[in-house]
Design a protein around this ligand. Structure first.
Ligand code: ZN
Ligand code: ZN
Length: 332
């Protein structure tokens, strides 16, 4: 079958002889239809984020149709449209038992520690597949995972209806945070140096924070992962403000403890979401509201063009996604 693989840093090759997945007893085989490209995939492609082996199947934000159900799985069926929750916590350690599965030290992550999902067919633990309603189109389904991160980040700010929220960075995660802030009843303001991304954020309902450069905010969400942007984010947090950090870098940022203490700031890291609450909440939210997170998708590539998709994604305003031909129609 076809799969998009990283063969060496910066070199992505689509192969057509990748081995078929084997369905474990508590797994399902998903025929993949679409995969979103995000910053952590680009970190893997560039070699900044090491993976266990090369060649390595890329991708983690996947949507598809169940094709095979393992013998121990009773609550999934062939033909179901599902999104994959690509982080698999152990569900047995202290963190998992207390519900903080994002803190699981044994957490496995598709595309990072486990083979990725950008292949014609993938084996996934059944409990980490989520049936999606027919009304949710493919584009929205592909965005469920990063939108879950966005909703979690907004929740962590404690944002109340009417509050302004500064979003630093309007890459694909920042754009989804704009939608999540609007859904929470907040007013999203955006800092983004790249004009195309900034324009896209404004088109989705954000306001340009550049118009009032001295303004401070009760809630700030840093999505870019650039240390200098974190410094700026901290500077723009107002008295008693909360800064939630989604973007990551191993390069240190400078922090003024004077600012931190005098303004009584709270800084929190937002690492993905917890299982099963995160995805459950997102799917209920999408079922009840016309949010259409798929609006952040801009460029679409076929699987055969995956290497072009990964090469272009860093410069595209809006999110890039990769689709697979619909060879297998649902059998239901
Ligand atoms: Zn992602
Ligand atoms: Zn655990």
């Amino acid at each position: 079958m076809m799969a998009a693989t990283l063969v060496s840093p910066e070199t992505v090759t689509v192969v057509d002889h990748w081995p078929e997945p084997v369905c474990g007893p508590d797994e399902v085989i998903v025929a993949v239809r679409g995969v979103g490209v995000c910053g952590s995939d680009l970190a893997v492609v560039s070699g900044r984020r090491a993976v266990p082996a090369l060649p390595w199947v890329l991708g983690h934000e996947a949507f598809g149709v169940i094709q095979v159900v393992g013998p121990d799985v009773v609550d999934r069926r062939v033909g179901q449209r599902v999104v994959v929750e690509p982080n698999y916590p152990c569900l047995a350690c202290g963190a998992c038992r207390s519900g903080d599965t994002s803190g699981c030290r044994r957490r496995r992550a598709a595309g990072i520690s486990e083979p990725g999902l950008l292949a014609e067919r993938v084996a996934v633990p059944a409990r980490f597949t989520w049936p999606v309603p027919d009304g949710l189109d493919d584009a929205d389904a592909v965005c469920v995972e990063p939108f879950t991160v966005a909703l979690n980040a907004v929740r962590m700010t404690g944002l109340r209806p009417g509050d302004p929220c500064l979003i630093v960075g309007a890459g694909s995660q920042g754009l989804l945070v704009v939608l999540a802030v609007l859904h929470a009843g907040g007013v999203p303001f955006v800092i983004e140096p790249q004009p195309g991304r900034r324009a896209f954020a404004l088109q989705l309902g954000g306001a340009d924070a550049g118009a009032a450069p001295d303004r401070r905010y009760p809630a700030v969400i840093e999505t870019s992962g650039v240390p200098e942007a974190f410094e700026q984010a901290l500077e723009r947090a107002g008295d008693g403000g909360r800064l939630v950090v989604v973007g990551q870098s191993t390069r240190p940022a400078r922090v003024s403890t004077f600012t931190l203490v005098q303004r009584r700031l709270t800084v929190r890291g937002c690492l993905i979401y917890d299982h099963p609450g995160g995805f459950r909440h997102t799917l209920a939210t999408l079922a009840g509201h016309d949010l259409r997170p798929g609006r952040v998708l801009r460029e679409r590539f076929d699987l055969a063009q995956a290497s072009v998709a990964f090469a272009k994604a860093p410069d595209i305003a809006g999110k890039t996604w990769i689709t697979l031909p619909r060879i297998e129609e649902p059998l239901s």
